[in-house]
Design a protein around this ligand. Structure first.
Ligand SMILES: Cc1ncc(COP(=O)(O)O)c(C=O)c1O
Length: 456
């Protein structure tokens, strides 16, 4: 797979390239051949680690248990935001142990709305990690604020708190940690810095529902958190997102903002029938909420399975030279594992390029991809900097893209983008024996790296 592919391309291209058959078959464990004689990699003529590709199909939908509610919604004719959305929000708050949730159309708009109502806008700087989905950064730009990249910790792949303070300036207003891959960022370190410098913390927990730091759910540790329910996510609705917070006034403001500025709760007090704030409209719908309620039933058990399988797989592959799986911070009590990631060191694999490793692993029946590309040099940033809105607010030196790239260099992230390997979360819903088969597949590639390199 082309290493320039985005996460979504990986899912999409997966289905085009044959890997996708693993996404399109029914629930069940694989029938794999882990026998001692299965030593030749499939890509050079051997038997795949699986002789039948059968991963858990994503998203999961059980007609018997899931369809009643959605059909009720469809037949009711009440499709715009109403009681089912409110019920979903209450359930989501309960699952996270947070006071309030507000569902919106997607995670990107959850971030946009939350940033705007945290009063982050033109002239402000927001500290962000470079290893994230582009939506995190676009949400900052849409609000007219300036993303400031802080490099990652190469072992955990998360923003490195030790590098944050050097990037704080008088313009810095917020830190936007991302719990990327569903692995928690170091929230103890981040919150301490935010407190010291009086910064707002908005958590991008789009990939990390039910992940925890010190037994507290991520997304509920900072001032606010955002989630995504996009199709590939651990709770899949197709599209969808939520903002969560313990701050009633903030959620009321967000509610009003996502609903054309109409009054809500403490927002605009006694005034009714008037829009009081400049706003947008990104409301969630009843049928999306009905799908969400069904998916939510399974999330807790799935999260446990993903954690168990990830820990097992990590142990199985850690001893293979050149395979370095993710590390969790000591304060992490649970991860979400939107992706299972490891670093691939080609020097341990007879210099077999990552692209060839991925193809060989796919041939074994294991869906995989190379993950994110470097974000902080991409043209969308320069495009924002050249906009009239940015030029009116920021000094020209700050908008000089060459200067910006220089100041925002993140070498650890560049290295990670060049050697990461991802397995999608549905792989972690299979059985232990399937994890053994993944390990076998990687071992076969390791032992035959030279032959694969020559033949492919
Ligand atoms: C880290 C991160 N932030 C934000 C988003 C945006 O969410 P959505 O796709 O629901 O707009 C996503 C998911 O796509 C994501 O992975």
């Amino acid at each position: 797979m082309d290493h320039k592919s985005s996460r979504r391309d990986f899912l999409k291209q997966g289905s085009l390239a044959g890997v996708g058959t693993v996404f399109s078959m029914g629930v069940g464990s694989s029938v794999f051949a882990i026998g001692t004689n299965n030593t030749v990699p499939a890509i050079i003529g051997g038997r795949p680690a699986w002789n039948e590709m059968k991963w858990v199909k994503w998203p999961i939908w059980n007609p018997e248990t899931d369809e009643k509610r959605i059909i009720e919604v469809l037949r009711s004719g009440i499709w715009s935001r109403a009681g089912v959305v409110t019920e979903f929000e209450a359930e989501w708050s309960k699952a996270l142990g947070v006071k309030r949730s507000l569902a919106v159309v997607n995670g990107t708009n959850a971030l946009i709305v939350a940033l705007s109502q945290l009063n982050i806008g033109p002239g402000d700087e927001v500290i962000v990690p470079p290893y994230t989905f582009i939506a995190t950064i676009q949400a900052v730009l849409v609000n007219g604020a300036m993303p400031v990249f802080v490099d990652i910790d190469p072992a955990t792949f998360q923003i490195d708190p030790a590098k944050i303070e050097a990037k704080i300036t008088p313009r810095t207003k917020a830190i936007l940690p991302v719990h990327i891959l569903g692995l928690p960022a170091d929230m103890d370190g981040i919150m301490a810095i935010a407190k010291k410098h009086h910064l707002v913390v908005l958590e991008d927990a789009c990939q990390a529902p039910l992940a925890e730091v010190n037994h507290k759910k991520v997304g509920t540790i900072g001032d606010a958190g955002c989630f995504s329910f996009q199709n590939s996510k651990n709770i899949a609705i197709g599209e969808g997102g939520a903002i969560v917070s313990d701050n009633d006034a903030f959620i009321d403001r967000c509610f009003s903002y996502q609903n054309l500025g109409f009054p809500h709760g403490s927002m605009v007090g006694s005034v009714s029938n008037s829009s009081m704030i400049q706003a947008t409209k990104v409301r969630f719908t009843e049928y999306q909420a009905a799908i969400g309620l069904a998916q939510l039933q399974r999330l807790e058990a799935q999260t446990t399975t993903r954690n168990e399988n990830a820990a097992y797989l990590k142990k199985r592959i850690s001893s293979i030279p050149g395979i370095i799986p993710y590390k969790l911070y000591d304060n992490v009590t649970r991860a979400a594992f939107h992706l299972f990631a490891f670093r691939y060191k080609r020097e341990n694999f007879k210099d077999l390029p990552r692209e060839k490793f991925l193809k060989a692993l796919q041939a074994e029946g294991v869906p995989c991809a190379s993950g994110y590309v470097v974000l902080n040099t991409q043209p969308f940033l320069d495009n924002a900097f050249q906009s009239r809105a940015f030029r009116k607010v920021y000094p020209s030196k700050m908008l000089d893209f060459k200067n910006y790239q220089e100041k925002n260099k993140c070498p650890e992230n560049e290295a990670l983008c060049s050697d990461a390997v991802w397995l999608p979360q549905n792989v972690l819903l299979a059985g232990k024996s399937d994890m053994d088969a993944i390990a076998l597949a990687i071992e076969k590639i390791y032992k035959n790296a030279e032959a694969i390199n020559k033949a492919t």
